[in-house]
Ligand binder design. Sequence first.
Ligand code: FAD
Length: 700
Amino acid sequence: MKVLIVGGVAGGATAAARLRRLDETAEIVLLEKNAYISFANCGLPYYIGGVIQDEDDLLLQTPESFRERYNVDVRVFHEAVAIDRAAHMVHVKTADGKEYDETYDKLLLSPGASPIVPRMENADDPRVFTLRNIPDTRRIHAFVRDSKPRRAVIAGCGYVGLELAENLIAAGVSVTAIDLADSVIAPLDRDMAAEVHGYLEQKGVELLLSAELTAIRKDGDGLTVLAGARALPADMVVLSLGVRPETGFAHMSGLAINGRGFLITDEHMRTNDPDIYAVGDAAEVKNIVTGLPASIPLAGPANRQARIAADNIAGIASRYDGAQGSAILKLFDMTVATTGVNERTARSLSIPCGKVYTYSPSHAGYYPGGRNMSVKTLYDPETGVILGAQIVGFTGVDKRADVLATAVRMRMTAEDLTELELCYAPPFSSAKDPVNIAGYVIENARKGLVRQFFWDGVPAVQADENALLLDVRTKDEYARGAIGGCINIPLHELRARVGELPQGKPIYVYCHSGMRSYVACRILTGRGFDCRNLAGGYRFYSLVTSDLVKHPARQAAAAAVVPSLARDFFHKTGLSCSESTMELLQRIGKLADMPELTKSMSGFGGGMHRGLACGAVTGAVAALGAYCGRHLRGAPKEPLNSAVEAFLNEFESRFGSLTCDALIKDSGLSPEEQHKVCTGFVTAAVEIASRIMDEVRDAG
Ligand code: FAD
């Protein structure tokens, strides 16, 4: 049997090696269009940052060593350019211009996927890079070493883009990372990405989200990247905008290829031609959670698929059940891991999905060095089957993510998670591992022991006169910041002070992480109250909402937090807010299901950006944005932007650059004077916003 393999890295080399181990007599020819086979793609960013110092360490095999060990005819600089299925032949071009036909009995395609390069002027400038292989790595490495760039713009905040951000910073380059999406790392839900955003910024990565890359300009000696409303000066640009399957050579062959260019395969990794297999980044496989076709460009799936294809070629009927997208990323000291579906995907596919947020220590609190990790676990509300998980933390994230990935693969339920006996000693875990805890919380939710509400449900609770928001943290924690409109009864006082709570009103309870409030819910439920627990607690709520201020979200739901943020602001400062502003804010809440509301968030961000960090101002800007959004439904963005701009200009011209900090903290004003000035702020904000709204209405 003669097996021809196209592509010599993850999938291709794995398949060749497995096949040889299964069949000593097969003739195996491996075509690779570039110079290298079997290199460590996943290690490339770390060579640029200097973590991996010797380039040779990235080369797992050379053509010679592979040939020697596996008796495979490795041909580098040989590109497959067409397939003649009827003749069982592949047309090959070599780097030195020769062309020939190579026959096969079985053909295995593992050509991978290449970085997307947008069609735009200067995308081919030598200072604009992509990263896929050794030559790309060398180019970036040499440029950083020789040209000593000071500023890099990375377009695309996926795994590769962010790994590069870390490594360029390690190499002394300052980095702005931009993305069209409103959050980083697509498999993470927006709320779970909030912590990553803050951490990246803390580490010196400037993040520019919801910003489309529109142009790369040559500007003197440097480049200018236009993204969103910004013009970013750069000495180098890296495009990590995702990948596209490299299947052009197969397009005329009649092989089944989906609309995005992926080769369609069955559970044996076979294409619609029984003699042709496809694996890796170029293959369409099944997502085991959704059951739908998927393309998951990761090394693990590529390796497994390659092994299964080789098995089948050698006569062993192996099956590939599908991929689930288990991925992990090191970001400085942080670890981010995902597996299975996220909430966004589940909702978009109408897959019923419950969720819990837990915040668990990596190991016993009394043993030094532990850090908490945020875990979001998704489950099927009816069966309790685990659908996916996302973890953001610092230490011990990998092993929890792997256990949860196993749970997703084995279709385990939350109850199964509670029963997992995982290895425990204080330096490694707690007697209740974070995975067990996620299981317990889901189990409690499913058994009705606790009902949850979520961060984006807070504004509705605040707006509901019938509901009571109860903070059960300590007085000190409460004083440091709380959700506006709550009352504070620390957990340890709750039993004694239960008489202060109104019977018959639903009580929405929160604490720092959701644990103490769960206990409070049990106490109150046991005494006949109708209770709900804030999933993830105040920590998660404040993290997500303050992130939304910095990086306005695209989803309309995000706009719903505007009123709640303003309320929190007033709560924190102890300042009261005029009725009219509150009215405006409540209107935003009511309108929150309108997509146009996202525009109010940009107004909100605009106010913050200019340093007008006053709840009244930002609230009024948000209301203005919401109003314009509604009024100008379907109309071009421009009138809205000008309206918000006009508001900010007028406000600034009246109040100069007075910021909230200047007003409250640094002004030396007495509390009464602060209150007076702030009321002036509020009144002016409302007045200006109302007038501009009228102008917009008249113009519209
Ligand atoms: P590849 O490994 O890309 O191999 C395809 C090969 O086929 C290429 O060498 C290409 O030159 C060759 N080829 C293409 N067309 C032809 C042709 N017509 N003729 C001959 N040869 C051809 N995944 C993870 O799971 N974890 C990670 O941490 C991770 N980090 C990554 C970091 C970087 C910088 C990159 C680029 C990728 C990373 N990946 C990671 C993804 C992972 O490397 C890929 O999913 C995996 O390599 C896919 O294997 P493949 O065989 O399909 O394609």
